[in-house]
Write a protein that binds this ligand. Structure first.
Ligand code: EPZ
Length: 416
């Protein structure tokens, strides 16, 4: 079992650079299958979810290699059409391979996606979008088996917003015949980045970032050559680390405009920041005020991925704060671990009611999901004594060098 150890009561100082975004890079990797040639993703994060997607692409026949942080994907011969559950069970975003494999090879059989256990996470909206474009899909116990000779553009109305299903629809529509309109689609920055990437390959897309997106299908796409944007969730996690420890740090390579709702809450609790170009100066010294209610929501709402890291801050601020999780029904796993440190958190359905306290004690904790695991590191930084966080492999799915970064900022943190 891989563990991360943190000696609490540390204060941070200095500067770190933010890695490339996991949730932008993964669909871009899937999109690269749409060109029979070499694409490159510059500044791609070297994290285990990216390695897993790379392994799946190789299993389909792609050849991949790294040059520093640039990931090359040669999809010339990626002609295989089967992705077994052995791979897909390891990560949620594997399901977005369905559209590109279908699009280039007319058929695809894929295992059901796994990923962090934070709720039921069905794929009905993904399948609805593909069926609208003319894909026939058989749902067996183990596999999704899909066929389509020629996808045809259509109107796709999403009954609720889904990042993954919107990506699936885009990946199918760019090479479908005719025009596709996505209505009530997701507006997250990762959707916008995927559209920009696809457009750089020759796709015709309009309206990304709004809830209606128009795609004019084209005959073929050229090579992708694109810089992966900085990871807004990693940036938010480090801001939470500064807030929890009352520290002043500098984050390089941040798109502050993608963090609007999060920074608003950070400011409400008393945190300060200044954005200059791509640099964010963060001062968490005044982050001492509880917050009446923070609700997660689809973009531009407060990101569910920063719910647990924020909770790690709020458990140390005296007074009552309430966090409401509206996206995933089972995303309070980290809260149960924080309670072991002495945090006062009552879970009531979608609400976590926190009575903040300054006395938290280090102990042995278990990370159960990626962001929750990162949140436990933050909680450990403000606790007294040593905390051991088991299940570090969850954290490595999305954070390339969280221990090294925090150590460079002055935290006593090490891995075993
Ligand atoms: C993406 O997951 C991200 N993952 C998640 O980040 C993120 O938390 C989430 O979007 C919300 O922002 C990646 O980009 C790889 P959704 P995704 O489809 O696409 C329901 C992290 O820690 N739903 O927008 O799976 C679903 O159950 C991860 O980096 C359906 O009902 O999220 C959820 O309640 C975790 N049917 C809601 O929609 C479907 O077919 C939003 O999910 C699809 C989704």
């Amino acid at each position: 079992m891989e563990e991360i150890h943190v000696l609490g009561k540390s204060s941070l100082k200095g500067s770190v650079s933010i890695q490339g975004s996991k949730n932008a890079a993964l669909p871009m990797m899937a999109a690269s299958l749409l060109h029979r040639g070499i694409s490159v993703l510059k500044g791609c994060p070297a994290i285990s979810d990216v390695f897993c997607m790379e392994e799946i692409l190789r299993s389909l026949g792609a050849v991949t290699w790294w040059e520093d942080h640039d990931l090359y994907l040669d999809c010339t011969n990626a002609e295989k059409t089967e992705i077994p559950a052995f791979y897909t069970g390891r990560m949620r975003s594997s399901v977005t391979l369905l559209a590109p494999v279908l699009s280039r090879n007319k058929t695809c059989s894929i295992g059901y996606p796994g990923g962090c256990v934070i709720g039921k996470r069905p794929v009905d909206l993904h399948l609805m979008a593909l069926r609208n474009l003319g894909v026939r899909i058989l749902e067996t116990q183990e596999l999704l088996i899909a066929h389509c000779e020629n996808m045809t553009g259509a109107e796709i109305i999403f009954p609720r917003s889904s990042v993954g299903a919107t990506q699936q629809a885009l990946l199918a529509a760019v090479l479908a015949r005719g025009e596709t309109v996505l209505i009530n689609c997701a507006r997250e920055p990762e959707i916008v980045w995927l559209c920009r990437y696809l457009r750089s390959m020759g796709a015709k897309i309009e309206g990304e970032g709004s809830s209606t997106v128009l795609v004019h299908g084209v005959k073929e796409l050229g090579p992708g050559n694109f810089k992966v944007p900085p990871d807004r969730i990693v940036a938010g996690t480090y801001i939470c680390a500064a807030a929890a420890t009352g520290s002043e740090i500098e984050l390089k390579g941040v798109l502050a405009e993608e963090l609007g709702a999060f920074l608003e809450v950070y400011r409400k609790i008393g945190g300060q920041y200044e954005a200059k170009g791509g640099t964010l100066m963060v001062n968490g010294k005044g982050a001492v005020h509880p917050v009446e209610l923070v609700e997660t929501g689809v973009y531009p709402g407060f990101p569910t991925d920063l719910q647990s890291p924020l909770m790690a801050v709020l458990i140390g601020i005296p007074g009552r704060s309430t966090v409401r999780e509206n996206i995933f029904e089972d995303r309070f796993q980290a809260a149960f671990q924080m309670k072991k440190m002495g945090a006062h958190i009552e879970i009531d359905g979608r609400d976590a009611v926190i009575e903040g306290s300054i006395s938290l004690s280090g102990c042995v904790l278990q990370a159960k999901d990626l962001r929750g695991g990162a949140a436990l590191i933050i909680a450990a930084m403000r606790a007294s004594g040593e905390t051991c966080i088991r299940g570090a492999n969850f954290i490595r799915r999305g954070y390339e060098h969280i221990c090294e970064d925090l150590e460079a900022l002055g935290c006593e943190i090490w891995q075993t």
